[in-house]
Design a protein around this ligand. Structure first.
Ligand SMILES: Cc1ncc(COP(=O)(O)O)c(C=O)c1O
Length: 491
């Protein structure tokens, strides 16, 4: 009998709902575990029983609602305004504060919020032919993407190799007459350190330039950690000169993917973020954000998540997370040869290796083999390679197991020894220009590293070692080529 259902997305004859769901579950089995506290990147899991079910139900209620027109779907407008109000209040804005006129928009994620912060700053200065933004190198890569998309020049500011923060004098020196935006992170994703926001905002204000605080990662944890007594420096609208703040609800607000909030100190600052168009025969269009048609699903799910957890819930989750961070940091300190790159001050644990016999990329693979999924970070501009752990509340029950696993994985990585790539390959990676990469060369490299169609190899140390040997522009090109190999249609 012919299997008319096949395995493609569009079978000749439709298949049953039960079978489709089974198929998706089978595909999902190859994924990293989104729940259970063993994945230290990509996912934010509070480990709260029943929360997923609530978010899914709320998502389903609004999945087909279209955010394109707030007058047609007032439910979505009401929930968006409530999310913006909650975020503003948490971040030093709203009635009775020094920033009573804060407004905002709900976007699809941190990247969209940052692109729009850059767009608003750029379009507020139509007089400038070549606008520029000043971003510490520890700022999220999405600022570079925004600069690229919007044709804004990027002025990177180095960070101190010990504090991992930019020097305020360097930020001030980078500001030029064409600068439209200065950026600070609270905290940086890579190392979890909070930039000197008050000082950066002050130099931006003195130059008459907007200052965006990227609190995509920390905006929903730092306020609770502060309430719990942690020494969190000022980073929000209480700081004069801060003109906009981004905070991702799909990170530490524990909402499903697809929700971030971009706040501006007042409506005048937000106005150039919008796009309106009436010069065509179709519907008059006004978009506060990049997307036009937008599902109400993520917004309703975020609304349900915030209302269900409430301030008391977030405070409790922050306390649990804080203790998990302390426990993980202790586990790192206990292993000979490993060193915290920064003392944890938010919800990131980031460590490096001081021992040349201990290859961090091999260690990451050994941890993966034991069911612990961490994130390797390549050496960059004088900063050593490191391992990043995003810590969420669901990690807490796992902390006691992590220490022995880390010790065991470190011993295994030492025993295995560092990755040794053929010297000619390393020399090639170090000297090749992106333009010199031919399809044959890429295919040869990919095959040698076990990359190609199909899932990525279990062990990525060789890939990371090769990328690390390459200059930044070549790293980027190799990444594009390797992911291009993965993104091929199935027939
Ligand atoms: C500080 C910071 N900014 C921006 C982003 C980008 O967010 P997204 O992945 O939601 O686009 C991230 C993501 O980790 C982040 O940590």
């Amino acid at each position: 009998m012919t299997d008319t259902a096949g395995t493609g997305a569009l079978p000749v004859e439709g298949v049953s709902a039960a079978r489709v769901l089974d198929e998706i579950r089978a595909l999902r089995a190859a994924d990293r575990p989104t729940h259970g506290g063993r994945l230290f990147a990509y996912v934010y899991d509070p480990g709260v029983a029943g929360l997923d079910e609530l978010a899914q139900a709320a998502y389903a209620e609004s999945a087909h609602v279209n955010g394109l027109d707030p007058t047609a779907f007032p439910s979505l407008l009401a929930m968006e305004n409530a999310l913006v109000g909650a975020a503003a209040r948490l971040l030093g804005g709203g009635p009775g504060t020094s920033a009573p006129d804060v407004v905002g928009s709900v976007t699809s994620g941190g990247t969209e919020s940052l692109i729009l912060a850059v767009k608003a700053a750029r379009d507020a200065r139509p007089d400038l032919a070549e606008p520029r933004i000043v971003v510490p190198v520890s700022g999220h890569a999405a600022f570079a993407k925004a600069a690229h998309y919007l044709r804004v020049a990027l002025d990177p500011v180095p960070v101190d190799p010990v504090t991992l923060r930019p020097a305020v004098a360097d930020v001030a020196a980078a500001i030029r007459p064409e600068t439209v935006l200065v950026v600070a992170s609270a905290p940086s994703y890579a190392h979890g350190v909070v930039d000197p926001v008050a000082e950066i905002a002050a130099v931006a204000a003195a130059a008459g330039v907007r200052c965006h605080v990227d609190a995509c990662f920390g905006g929903w944890t730092l306020p609770w950690l502060r309430r719990l007594g942690a020494p969190v420096p000022p980073f929000d609208f209480a700081v004069p000169g801060v003109t906009s703040i981004s905070v991702d609800l799909h990170k530490y607000a524990y909402a499903p993917k697809g929700v971030s909030v971009l706040l501006h100190r007042d409506a005048g600052l937000r106005a150039p973020q919008f796009f309106a168009y009436a010069d065509w025969p179709g519907y008059t269009m006004v978009n506060p954000v990049i997307a036009s048609t937008r599902s109400g699903g993520p917004i309703a799910a975020a609304y349900a998540t915030l209302r269900h957890l409430g301030e008391d819930g977030y405070l409790r989750l922050a306390a649990v997370t804080r203790d998990a961070v302390a426990g993980l940091a202790d586990a790192v300190r206990a292993v000979d040869g490993l060193r915290l790159l920064a003392e944890p001050e938010s919800t990131v644990v980031c460590f490096t290796a001081d021992d040349p016999e201990l290859d961090l990329f091999v260690l990451v693979d050994e941890l993966t083999a034991r069911g612990w999924h961490t994130q390797p970070q390549l050496a960059y501009a004088g900063l050593p390679a490191s391992v990043h752990l995003t810590v969420t509340a669901a990690v807490a029950p796992r902390v006691a197991e992590f220490g022995p696993a880390l010790a065991e994985a470190t011993a295994a990585a030492r025993a295995a020894g560092p990755v040794v790539l053929p010297p000619e390959l390393l020399a090639l990676a170090g000297s090749l220009t992106p333009e010199a990469l031919t399809p044959d060369l890429i295919a040869g490299l990919a095959a040698g590293l076990g990359l190609g169609a199909g899932p990525a190899p279990d062990r990525m140390a060789a890939v990371n070692t090769l990328l690390q040997a390459a200059p930044v522009r070549l790293r980027e090109r190799l990444l594009v080529e390797f992911v291009g190999l993965l993104q091929r249609p199935t027939w």
